[in-house]
Design a binder for this molecule. Structure first.
Ligand SMILES: [Zn+2]
Ligand SMILES: [Zn+2]
Length: 350
């Protein structure tokens, strides 16, 4: 199938190209992409691949256009969010924790299907595709039916980031930290992931403190209901739970210092591979530090729950997203880096 796709080569400018998308296998679908969020993993992967041509994008939302023979549970015309890929059969998948799937890296980051076949060709040459089982910076994407979660008439620009960034922020609160009414959560870094974590916690009756370097994001956090907003180096009140989305060593140290005894810190941001930990303080105060992937979420469970909360007005996500055309990807990334937008979402159809 002929598609238009955003081709990146390292951190240089991206280019909109004509590409050939492979036919769906029996368990795959083709989704016409309406909207696709830009997530940090896209930018990190783009840099890591250096000059290797790639079609990235892993927060696709759109309409099912074609179905493989063995797909049930989806029909042509269904509107879906495409989340990360998982096998469905390993011990972690069977436990409802597909973020830790035994095949996660091959399925999401090898650039090909699990059987190593390519999914996208540009000028007859295979390129890095199947990113997070989709590569949705394109007018259409091939995905395993298992990764597609129906979302009905949810606005595409709000629905798309539910596939990864918003799922991670909400899941870190609802599945990992699980603060209760009256607890106080510190969110470090109020980008797309942190802002949704804050909104989710607020809707649970949890008091929220936000530490964020960008002034506009602090202002947004305050408007959303955070009781204290601070820059990264300002002191914050003691908290029962903390979420770091930055991966910065000093931010992680600051979050640990803010925790009350027996507090829990969850980590969702990747920075340097190693950070110093004050073991004495961790032990004497009974603190926990917990990593998590995709908010420990099963997308087929949490995405419908978040869509339901959005429809009931409990999760006001509209103010977090800014839309761009697919060709405007480089500007979207620049705007996000400059703190002008929180969550850029590309609209390949516009
Ligand atoms: Zn698995
Ligand atoms: Zn992501």
């Amino acid at each position: 199938m002929r598609i238009s796709a955003l081709l990146s080569r390292g951190a240089g400018p991206s280019e909109l190209v004509d590409a050939e998308l492979d036919e769906p296998r029996s368990d795959e679908v083709i989704v016409r992409i309406e909207a696709v969020g830009v997530c940090h993993t896209d930018l990190h992967t783009r840099g890591a691949l250096r000059e290797r041509p790639a079609v990235l994008g892993h927060e696709g939302c759109g309409t099912v256009e074609r179905l493989g023979d063995a797909v049930d549970g989806l029909r042509v015309g269904d509107r879906v969010v495409i989340s990360f890929a998982s096998c469905g059969g390993c011990a972690q998948c069977r436990d409802g924790l597909p973020g830790y799937c035994a095949w996660a890296s091959a399925l999401n980051g090898s650039g090909r299907r699990l059987d190593t076949s390519p999914t996208i060709r540009v000028r007859d040459e295979p390129v890095f595709g199947a990113f997070f089982g989709q590569s949705s910076f394109a007018t259409a994407a091939l995905a395993n039916a298992r990764s597609c979660v129906p979302v009905g008439d949810l606005p595409a620009a709000v629905a798309a980031p539910l596939g990864c960034g918003f799922l991670t922020g909400a899941g870190a609160v609802l599945n990992v930290l699980r603060p209760r009414r009256g607890d106080r959560l510190l969110v470090v870094g109020a980008g797309g992931v942190g802002a949704v974590a804050a909104l989710t916690a607020l809707s649970e009756g949890v008091e929220v403190v936000v530490a964020e370097p960008v002034e506009a994001r602090r202002a947004l956090a305050a408007r959303c209901g955070a009781t204290t907003v601070a820059s990264l180096d300002e002191p914050v009140p003691p908290v029962t739970h903390a979420l770091d989305t930055t991966g910065r060593p000093e931010a992680i140290a600051g979050a640990l210092a803010a925790l009350k005894p027996r507090g829990v810190l969850a980590l969702v941001g990747l920075g340097p591979a190693e950070v110093p930990l004050d073991v004495r303080s961790l032990m004497l105060r009974g603190l926990q530090v917990r990593g998590c992937v995709e908010g420990d979420a099963d997308p087929s469970v949490l995405i419908p729950e978040l869509a339901h909360r959005y429809r009931r007005g409990l999760l006001p996500l509209d103010g977090l997203v800014t839309t761009y055309t697919l060709a405007d990807f480089d500007r979207a990334v620049a705007d996000q880096r400059a703190g002008l937008t929180l969550k850029p979402v590309l609209l390949p159809g516009s």
